[in-house]
Design a protein around this ligand. Structure first.
Ligand code: ARG
Length: 460
Protein backbone atom coordinates (compact mmCIF):
# COMPACT_ATOMS: atom_id res chain seq x y z
CA UNK A 1 0.00 0.00 0.00
CA UNK A 2 1.26 3.52 -0.80
CA UNK A 3 1.02 6.54 1.39
CA UNK A 4 -2.22 7.15 3.31
CA UNK A 5 -2.51 10.52 1.58
CA UNK A 6 -1.44 9.41 -1.91
CA UNK A 7 -4.83 9.78 -3.69
CA UNK A 8 -4.18 13.11 -5.42
CA UNK A 9 -0.57 12.31 -6.37
CA UNK A 10 0.48 10.69 -9.62
CA UNK A 11 4.15 10.16 -8.81
CA UNK A 12 5.72 8.36 -5.87
CA UNK A 13 7.52 10.57 -3.37
CA UNK A 14 11.30 10.58 -3.51
CA UNK A 15 13.18 8.67 -0.86
CA UNK A 16 15.01 11.89 -0.07
CA UNK A 17 11.66 13.53 0.69
CA UNK A 18 10.71 10.56 2.87
CA UNK A 19 13.88 10.90 4.87
CA UNK A 20 13.60 14.69 5.24
CA UNK A 21 9.91 14.77 5.98
CA UNK A 22 9.62 11.89 8.41
CA UNK A 23 9.34 12.23 12.16
CA UNK A 24 8.95 8.51 12.75
CA UNK A 25 12.50 8.06 14.07
CA UNK A 26 11.76 10.24 17.03
CA UNK A 27 7.98 10.40 17.38
CA UNK A 28 7.78 6.63 17.75
CA UNK A 29 8.32 7.45 21.42
CA UNK A 30 4.69 8.57 21.39
CA UNK A 31 3.29 5.19 20.36
CA UNK A 32 1.56 4.47 23.66
CA UNK A 33 -0.17 7.85 23.71
CA UNK A 34 -1.14 7.49 20.06
CA UNK A 35 -2.80 4.16 20.78
CA UNK A 36 -4.52 5.47 23.92
CA UNK A 37 -5.83 8.42 21.94
CA UNK A 38 -7.08 6.21 19.13
CA UNK A 39 -8.85 3.88 21.53
CA UNK A 40 -10.62 6.80 23.22
CA UNK A 41 -11.54 8.28 19.84
CA UNK A 42 -12.89 4.91 18.60
CA UNK A 43 -14.93 4.43 21.76
CA UNK A 44 -16.49 7.86 21.30
CA UNK A 45 -17.21 7.16 17.60
CA UNK A 46 -18.95 3.96 18.67
CA UNK A 47 -20.96 5.64 21.43
CA UNK A 48 -22.04 8.30 18.96
CA UNK A 49 -23.17 5.68 16.44
CA UNK A 50 -20.43 6.54 13.93
CA UNK A 51 -18.83 3.09 14.27
CA UNK A 52 -20.83 -0.09 14.82
CA UNK A 53 -20.00 -2.51 17.61
CA UNK A 54 -18.16 -4.95 15.40
CA UNK A 55 -15.96 -2.22 13.94
CA UNK A 56 -15.21 -0.84 17.37
CA UNK A 57 -14.31 -4.27 18.79
CA UNK A 58 -12.00 -5.05 15.90
CA UNK A 59 -10.22 -1.70 16.36
CA UNK A 60 -9.71 -2.49 20.06
CA UNK A 61 -8.36 -5.98 19.30
CA UNK A 62 -6.22 -4.75 16.42
CA UNK A 63 -4.70 -1.98 18.54
CA UNK A 64 -3.95 -4.53 21.21
CA UNK A 65 -1.92 -6.47 18.67
CA UNK A 66 -0.16 -3.33 17.40
CA UNK A 67 0.81 -2.37 20.96
CA UNK A 68 2.06 -5.87 21.61
CA UNK A 69 4.14 -5.88 18.42
CA UNK A 70 5.73 -2.51 19.27
CA UNK A 71 6.53 -3.49 22.84
CA UNK A 72 8.01 -6.83 21.78
CA UNK A 73 10.11 -5.15 19.10
CA UNK A 74 8.25 -6.97 16.32
CA UNK A 75 6.80 -3.84 14.69
CA UNK A 76 8.45 -2.76 11.45
CA UNK A 77 8.97 0.99 11.46
CA UNK A 78 9.08 2.12 7.88
CA UNK A 79 10.22 5.66 7.24
CA UNK A 80 7.90 6.00 4.25
CA UNK A 81 5.00 5.93 6.75
CA UNK A 82 6.25 9.37 7.81
CA UNK A 83 5.17 9.42 11.43
CA UNK A 84 3.95 7.26 14.29
CA UNK A 85 0.32 8.20 13.63
CA UNK A 86 0.32 6.85 10.07
CA UNK A 87 2.59 3.91 10.91
CA UNK A 88 0.14 2.68 13.54
CA UNK A 89 -2.99 3.35 11.47
CA UNK A 90 -1.51 1.56 8.52
CA UNK A 91 -0.52 -1.48 10.53
CA UNK A 92 -3.97 -1.55 12.16
CA UNK A 93 -5.60 -1.56 8.74
CA UNK A 94 -3.27 -4.34 7.58
CA UNK A 95 -4.44 -6.41 10.55
CA UNK A 96 -8.19 -5.67 10.69
CA UNK A 97 -9.04 -4.44 7.21
CA UNK A 98 -11.76 -1.89 6.47
CA UNK A 99 -12.69 -1.02 10.07
CA UNK A 100 -9.17 0.39 10.42
CA UNK A 101 -9.89 2.85 7.64
CA UNK A 102 -12.81 4.27 9.63
CA UNK A 103 -10.75 5.19 12.69
CA UNK A 104 -9.64 8.50 11.23
CA UNK A 105 -13.24 9.74 10.89
CA UNK A 106 -13.61 13.18 12.51
CA UNK A 107 -9.91 13.30 13.21
CA UNK A 108 -6.81 14.82 11.62
CA UNK A 109 -3.15 14.26 12.37
CA UNK A 110 -3.22 17.87 13.55
CA UNK A 111 -5.39 17.16 16.58
CA UNK A 112 -3.89 13.68 16.88
CA UNK A 113 -0.33 14.95 17.28
CA UNK A 114 -1.51 17.74 19.58
CA UNK A 115 -3.15 15.06 21.73
CA UNK A 116 -0.26 12.57 21.75
CA UNK A 117 2.32 15.22 22.53
CA UNK A 118 0.18 16.74 25.27
CA UNK A 119 -0.39 13.32 26.85
CA UNK A 120 3.40 12.78 26.81
CA UNK A 121 4.06 16.18 28.41
CA UNK A 122 1.37 15.67 31.06
CA UNK A 123 2.60 12.17 31.94
CA UNK A 124 6.18 13.38 32.31
CA UNK A 125 5.04 16.39 34.28
CA UNK A 126 3.81 13.90 36.90
CA UNK A 127 7.01 11.84 36.76
CA UNK A 128 9.17 14.96 37.14
CA UNK A 129 7.14 16.19 40.11
CA UNK A 130 7.65 12.86 41.88
CA UNK A 131 11.40 13.15 41.30
CA UNK A 132 11.43 16.74 42.58
CA UNK A 133 9.77 15.59 45.81
CA UNK A 134 12.48 12.96 46.29
CA UNK A 135 15.19 15.58 45.85
CA UNK A 136 13.50 17.98 48.28
CA UNK A 137 13.29 15.08 50.72
CA UNK A 138 17.04 14.57 50.41
CA UNK A 139 17.63 18.27 51.20
CA UNK A 140 15.36 17.94 54.25
CA UNK A 141 17.29 14.86 55.38
CA UNK A 142 20.67 16.61 55.15
CA UNK A 143 19.24 19.80 56.67
CA UNK A 144 17.93 18.00 59.76
CA UNK A 145 21.41 16.64 60.47
CA UNK A 146 23.06 20.01 60.06
CA UNK A 147 21.06 22.75 61.76
CA UNK A 148 24.04 23.32 64.09
CA UNK A 149 26.73 22.99 61.43
CA UNK A 150 28.14 26.46 60.94
CA UNK A 151 29.56 27.70 57.67
CA UNK A 152 30.32 31.12 56.29
CA UNK A 153 27.34 32.53 54.41
CA UNK A 154 28.62 34.48 51.42
CA UNK A 155 27.83 37.42 49.22
CA UNK A 156 30.09 38.17 46.23
CA UNK A 157 31.65 34.77 47.12
CA UNK A 158 33.22 36.54 50.13
CA UNK A 159 32.58 35.52 53.71
CA UNK A 160 29.61 37.55 54.94
CA UNK A 161 27.67 36.21 57.94
CA UNK A 162 27.64 32.79 59.60
CA UNK A 163 24.77 30.50 58.71
CA UNK A 164 24.15 26.80 59.28
CA UNK A 165 24.41 24.17 56.58
CA UNK A 166 20.84 23.01 57.12
CA UNK A 167 19.70 26.53 56.32
CA UNK A 168 21.75 26.48 53.12
CA UNK A 169 20.13 23.16 52.12
CA UNK A 170 16.71 24.60 52.85
CA UNK A 171 17.39 27.46 50.44
CA UNK A 172 17.57 24.82 47.68
CA UNK A 173 14.53 23.02 49.08
CA UNK A 174 12.58 26.30 48.76
CA UNK A 175 13.70 26.76 45.15
CA UNK A 176 12.71 23.23 44.26
CA UNK A 177 9.33 23.66 45.94
CA UNK A 178 8.73 26.65 43.70
CA UNK A 179 9.79 24.54 40.71
CA UNK A 180 7.36 21.82 41.74
CA UNK A 181 4.53 24.32 41.97
CA UNK A 182 5.37 25.67 38.53
CA UNK A 183 5.02 22.15 37.04
CA UNK A 184 1.83 21.66 39.01
CA UNK A 185 0.25 24.83 37.69
CA UNK A 186 1.26 24.03 34.10
CA UNK A 187 -0.32 20.60 34.50
CA UNK A 188 -3.61 22.09 35.65
CA UNK A 189 -3.71 24.80 32.99
CA UNK A 190 -2.98 22.38 30.16
CA UNK A 191 -5.13 19.45 31.24
CA UNK A 192 -7.56 19.99 28.37
CA UNK A 193 -8.23 17.64 25.50
CA UNK A 194 -7.27 18.57 21.92
CA UNK A 195 -8.87 15.54 20.26
CA UNK A 196 -11.90 16.22 18.08
CA UNK A 197 -10.55 19.54 16.83
CA UNK A 198 -9.81 17.77 13.53
CA UNK A 199 -7.67 19.73 11.05
CA UNK A 200 -8.44 23.24 12.34
CA UNK A 201 -12.15 23.97 12.24
CA UNK A 202 -13.91 21.12 13.99
CA UNK A 203 -15.94 18.48 12.15
CA UNK A 204 -19.44 17.95 10.78
CA UNK A 205 -19.61 14.49 12.41
CA UNK A 206 -21.72 14.25 15.57
CA UNK A 207 -18.77 13.73 17.92
CA UNK A 208 -18.69 14.27 21.69
CA UNK A 209 -15.41 15.81 22.82
CA UNK A 210 -16.43 15.53 26.47
CA UNK A 211 -16.43 11.74 26.18
CA UNK A 212 -12.88 11.58 24.83
CA UNK A 213 -11.66 14.22 27.28
CA UNK A 214 -13.01 12.22 30.21
CA UNK A 215 -11.76 8.91 28.85
CA UNK A 216 -8.22 10.31 28.57
CA UNK A 217 -8.15 11.93 32.02
CA UNK A 218 -8.50 15.55 30.87
CA UNK A 219 -10.65 18.03 32.78
CA UNK A 220 -12.51 19.20 29.66
CA UNK A 221 -12.06 19.71 25.90
CA UNK A 222 -10.11 22.81 24.77
CA UNK A 223 -12.15 25.87 23.84
CA UNK A 224 -11.19 26.73 20.27
CA UNK A 225 -10.07 24.23 17.64
CA UNK A 226 -8.05 26.72 15.60
CA UNK A 227 -5.99 27.62 18.66
CA UNK A 228 -5.68 24.02 19.80
CA UNK A 229 -4.02 22.63 16.68
CA UNK A 230 -1.68 25.64 16.57
CA UNK A 231 -0.80 25.61 20.26
CA UNK A 232 2.48 24.34 21.70
CA UNK A 233 2.38 26.44 24.87
CA UNK A 234 2.08 23.28 26.95
CA UNK A 235 5.46 22.13 25.62
CA UNK A 236 6.99 25.58 26.00
CA UNK A 237 5.86 25.71 29.61
CA UNK A 238 7.44 22.31 30.17
CA UNK A 239 10.68 23.53 28.59
CA UNK A 240 10.67 26.71 30.64
CA UNK A 241 9.91 24.86 33.86
CA UNK A 242 12.73 22.44 33.14
CA UNK A 243 15.20 25.19 32.19
CA UNK A 244 14.44 27.14 35.36
CA UNK A 245 14.79 24.10 37.57
CA UNK A 246 18.03 23.15 35.81
CA UNK A 247 19.29 26.68 36.53
CA UNK A 248 18.72 25.98 40.24
CA UNK A 249 20.38 22.59 39.91
CA UNK A 250 23.29 24.21 38.13
CA UNK A 251 23.82 26.76 40.90
CA UNK A 252 23.86 23.97 43.47
CA UNK A 253 26.25 22.02 41.23
CA UNK A 254 28.60 24.98 41.13
CA UNK A 255 28.58 25.06 44.93
CA UNK A 256 29.17 21.31 45.17
CA UNK A 257 32.15 21.65 42.83
CA UNK A 258 33.61 24.48 44.91
CA UNK A 259 32.84 22.77 48.20
CA UNK A 260 34.51 19.54 47.16
CA UNK A 261 37.73 21.32 46.10
CA UNK A 262 40.68 21.08 48.50
CA UNK A 263 40.49 24.83 49.06
CA UNK A 264 37.01 24.48 50.59
CA UNK A 265 36.78 20.83 51.61
CA UNK A 266 33.26 21.44 52.93
CA UNK A 267 31.83 18.24 51.44
CA UNK A 268 33.20 14.97 50.14
CA UNK A 269 31.20 13.44 47.33
CA UNK A 270 30.72 9.70 47.60
CA UNK A 271 33.09 7.54 45.55
CA UNK A 272 30.05 5.98 43.88
CA UNK A 273 29.27 9.35 42.30
CA UNK A 274 32.79 10.60 41.55
CA UNK A 275 35.21 9.81 38.75
CA UNK A 276 38.95 9.46 38.33
CA UNK A 277 41.52 10.75 35.88
CA UNK A 278 43.08 8.61 33.18
CA UNK A 279 46.52 10.10 33.85
CA UNK A 280 46.58 11.49 37.39
CA UNK A 281 46.08 8.59 39.79
CA UNK A 282 45.32 10.83 42.77
CA UNK A 283 42.37 12.62 41.16
CA UNK A 284 38.75 12.40 42.28
CA UNK A 285 36.58 14.57 40.11
CA UNK A 286 33.06 15.93 40.63
CA UNK A 287 31.87 14.95 37.12
CA UNK A 288 28.25 14.63 38.17
CA UNK A 289 27.73 18.26 39.25
CA UNK A 290 29.87 19.39 36.32
CA UNK A 291 27.63 17.53 33.88
CA UNK A 292 24.51 18.85 35.60
CA UNK A 293 25.88 22.36 35.16
CA UNK A 294 26.74 21.60 31.54
CA UNK A 295 23.43 19.96 30.67
CA UNK A 296 21.59 23.03 31.91
CA UNK A 297 22.80 24.77 28.75
CA UNK A 298 21.07 22.36 26.41
CA UNK A 299 17.78 22.72 28.26
CA UNK A 300 18.00 26.48 27.65
CA UNK A 301 18.72 25.75 23.99
CA UNK A 302 15.67 23.54 23.67
CA UNK A 303 13.44 26.27 25.11
CA UNK A 304 14.84 28.97 22.83
CA UNK A 305 14.64 26.75 19.78
CA UNK A 306 10.94 25.96 20.21
CA UNK A 307 10.12 29.59 20.99
CA UNK A 308 11.88 30.46 17.74
CA UNK A 309 10.12 27.74 15.74
CA UNK A 310 6.75 29.07 16.88
CA UNK A 311 7.27 32.80 16.57
CA UNK A 312 6.44 33.34 12.93
CA UNK A 313 3.81 30.69 12.31
CA UNK A 314 0.44 31.73 10.94
CA UNK A 315 -2.55 29.74 12.24
CA UNK A 316 -3.10 26.84 12.19
CA UNK A 317 -0.79 23.78 11.86
CA UNK A 318 2.46 24.21 9.96
CA UNK A 319 4.99 21.48 9.40
CA UNK A 320 7.59 23.56 11.26
CA UNK A 321 5.80 22.36 14.37
CA UNK A 322 7.16 18.87 13.87
CA UNK A 323 10.39 20.38 15.25
CA UNK A 324 8.69 20.62 18.67
CA UNK A 325 9.42 17.08 19.76
CA UNK A 326 13.13 16.27 19.78
CA UNK A 327 14.14 19.17 22.03
CA UNK A 328 11.26 18.49 24.39
CA UNK A 329 12.12 14.79 24.63
CA UNK A 330 15.73 15.77 25.24
CA UNK A 331 14.90 18.22 28.02
CA UNK A 332 12.52 15.78 29.68
CA UNK A 333 15.04 12.93 29.58
CA UNK A 334 17.83 15.23 30.75
CA UNK A 335 15.91 16.57 33.72
CA UNK A 336 14.65 13.16 34.79
CA UNK A 337 18.10 11.60 34.98
CA UNK A 338 19.53 14.81 36.48
CA UNK A 339 17.03 14.84 39.34
CA UNK A 340 17.57 11.15 39.97
CA UNK A 341 21.35 11.31 40.18
CA UNK A 342 21.44 14.59 42.11
CA UNK A 343 19.19 13.07 44.78
CA UNK A 344 21.73 10.27 45.24
CA UNK A 345 24.67 12.70 45.29
CA UNK A 346 23.01 14.75 48.04
CA UNK A 347 22.00 11.72 50.09
CA UNK A 348 25.48 10.19 49.95
CA UNK A 349 27.74 13.23 50.30
CA UNK A 350 29.77 13.62 53.49
CA UNK A 351 29.39 16.98 55.21
CA UNK A 352 32.73 18.04 56.70
CA UNK A 353 31.48 19.97 59.71
CA UNK A 354 34.96 20.78 61.09
CA UNK A 355 36.11 22.31 57.80
CA UNK A 356 33.00 24.46 57.61
CA UNK A 357 33.39 25.65 61.19
CA UNK A 358 37.09 26.30 60.71
CA UNK A 359 36.22 28.52 57.73
CA UNK A 360 33.94 30.58 59.98
CA UNK A 361 37.06 31.87 61.73
CA UNK A 362 38.10 33.67 58.57
CA UNK A 363 36.64 36.96 57.48
CA UNK A 364 35.40 38.52 60.74
CA UNK A 365 31.91 37.09 60.26
CA UNK A 366 30.59 38.61 63.48
CA UNK A 367 31.44 42.21 62.55
CA UNK A 368 27.76 43.05 62.02
CA UNK A 369 27.07 41.60 65.46
CA UNK A 370 29.62 43.91 67.08
CA UNK A 371 28.01 46.90 65.37
CA UNK A 372 24.56 45.69 66.51
CA UNK A 373 25.95 45.23 70.06
CA UNK A 374 27.24 48.80 70.11
CA UNK A 375 23.85 50.09 69.00
CA UNK A 376 21.75 47.93 71.31
CA UNK A 377 23.86 47.68 74.47
CA UNK A 378 25.85 50.92 74.35
CA UNK A 379 23.33 53.28 72.73
CA UNK A 380 25.80 54.23 69.97
CA UNK A 381 24.29 55.43 66.64
CA UNK A 382 24.71 52.80 63.85
CA UNK A 383 27.05 54.87 61.66
CA UNK A 384 29.43 55.42 64.59
CA UNK A 385 29.08 51.76 65.58
CA UNK A 386 30.03 50.79 62.01
CA UNK A 387 33.20 52.91 62.29
CA UNK A 388 34.19 51.52 65.71
CA UNK A 389 33.67 47.98 64.40
CA UNK A 390 35.92 48.84 61.47
CA UNK A 391 38.63 49.79 63.96
CA UNK A 392 38.12 46.50 65.81
CA UNK A 393 38.49 44.59 62.52
CA UNK A 394 41.70 46.52 61.80
CA UNK A 395 43.02 45.55 65.26
CA UNK A 396 42.20 41.87 64.62
CA UNK A 397 43.97 42.04 61.24
CA UNK A 398 46.98 43.61 62.94
CA UNK A 399 47.02 40.81 65.51
CA UNK A 400 46.54 38.20 62.82
CA UNK A 401 43.38 36.80 64.37
CA UNK A 402 39.63 36.83 63.71
CA UNK A 403 37.38 39.47 65.25
CA UNK A 404 35.67 36.77 67.32
CA UNK A 405 39.03 35.94 68.89
CA UNK A 406 39.71 39.44 70.31
CA UNK A 407 39.43 39.76 74.08
CA UNK A 408 37.09 42.15 75.89
CA UNK A 409 40.18 44.14 76.95
CA UNK A 410 41.28 44.51 73.30
CA UNK A 411 37.85 45.81 72.40
CA UNK A 412 37.53 48.13 75.37
CA UNK A 413 40.80 49.75 74.30
CA UNK A 414 39.02 50.86 71.11
CA UNK A 415 35.96 52.29 72.83
CA UNK A 416 35.46 52.42 76.56
CA UNK A 417 31.68 52.12 76.30
CA UNK A 418 32.21 48.43 75.42
CA UNK A 419 31.57 46.02 78.32
CA UNK A 420 32.86 42.54 79.27
CA UNK A 421 29.81 40.74 77.86
CA UNK A 422 30.90 41.77 74.34
CA UNK A 423 32.70 38.48 73.72
CA UNK A 424 29.42 36.51 74.00
CA UNK A 425 28.05 38.57 71.15
CA UNK A 426 31.06 37.97 68.95
CA UNK A 427 30.97 34.18 69.00
CA UNK A 428 30.09 32.78 65.59
CA UNK A 429 27.37 30.52 66.98
CA UNK A 430 25.78 33.42 68.79
CA UNK A 431 25.88 35.42 65.60
CA UNK A 432 24.13 32.64 63.68
CA UNK A 433 21.46 32.10 66.32
CA UNK A 434 20.90 35.83 66.72
CA UNK A 435 19.42 35.87 63.21
CA UNK A 436 16.19 34.55 64.58
CA UNK A 437 13.73 36.57 62.51
CA UNK A 438 11.20 34.64 60.41
CA UNK A 439 12.99 32.82 57.59
CA UNK A 440 16.36 33.53 59.24
CA UNK A 441 19.30 31.21 59.83
CA UNK A 442 19.04 30.50 63.58
CA UNK A 443 18.80 26.80 64.37
CA UNK A 444 15.27 27.40 65.66
CA UNK A 445 14.13 29.14 62.47
CA UNK A 446 15.86 26.56 60.29
CA UNK A 447 14.00 23.77 62.08
CA UNK A 448 10.78 25.69 61.49
CA UNK A 449 11.54 25.82 57.74
CA UNK A 450 12.36 22.11 57.72
CA UNK A 451 9.05 21.29 59.37
CA UNK A 452 7.09 23.43 56.92
CA UNK A 453 8.67 21.77 53.90
CA UNK A 454 8.38 18.29 55.41
CA UNK A 455 4.68 18.92 55.99
CA UNK A 456 4.26 20.19 52.43
CA UNK A 457 5.90 17.00 51.12
CA UNK A 458 3.47 14.79 53.03
CA UNK A 459 0.53 16.73 51.61
CA UNK A 460 1.71 16.01 48.05
N1 ARG B 1 4.44 14.32 12.14
C1 ARG B 1 3.66 15.49 12.29
C2 ARG B 1 4.16 16.35 13.43
O1 ARG B 1 4.88 15.85 14.21
C3 ARG B 1 2.23 15.13 12.55
C4 ARG B 1 1.22 16.13 12.10
C5 ARG B 1 1.24 16.24 10.64
N2 ARG B 1 0.15 16.99 10.13
C6 ARG B 1 0.11 17.38 8.87
N3 ARG B 1 -0.92 18.05 8.51
N4 ARG B 1 1.09 17.16 8.05
O2 ARG B 1 3.87 17.52 13.54
Amino acid sequence: MGKLWSGRFSENSSSLLDEFNASLNFDKKLYRYDILGSLAHAKMLYQQGILNEEEYRSIVDGMDQVLDEIEKGDFTFNISDEDIHMAIEKRLTDIIGDAGKKLHTARSRNDQVALDFRLYVQAHNEIIRELVLKLVNAFVFVARENTQTMLPGMTHLQHAQPINFGYHMMAYASMLKRDYERFESSFKRNNLSPIGCAALAGTPHPIDRNLTAKELGFDAPTLNCLDTVSDRDFALEMLFNIATMMMHISRLSEELILWSSSEFGFVTLSDAYSTGSSIMPQKKNPDVPELLRGKTGRTYGNLISLLTVMKGLPLAYNKDMQEDKEGTFDSVETVEISLTILTEVIKTMKVNKERMEEACKIGHLSATDLADYLVEKCGIPFREAHFITGRAVALAEQKGCDLSELSATDLKSIDNRIKDDVTDYLSIRHSMNARNSEGGTSTKRTLEQIEKIAEWITEK
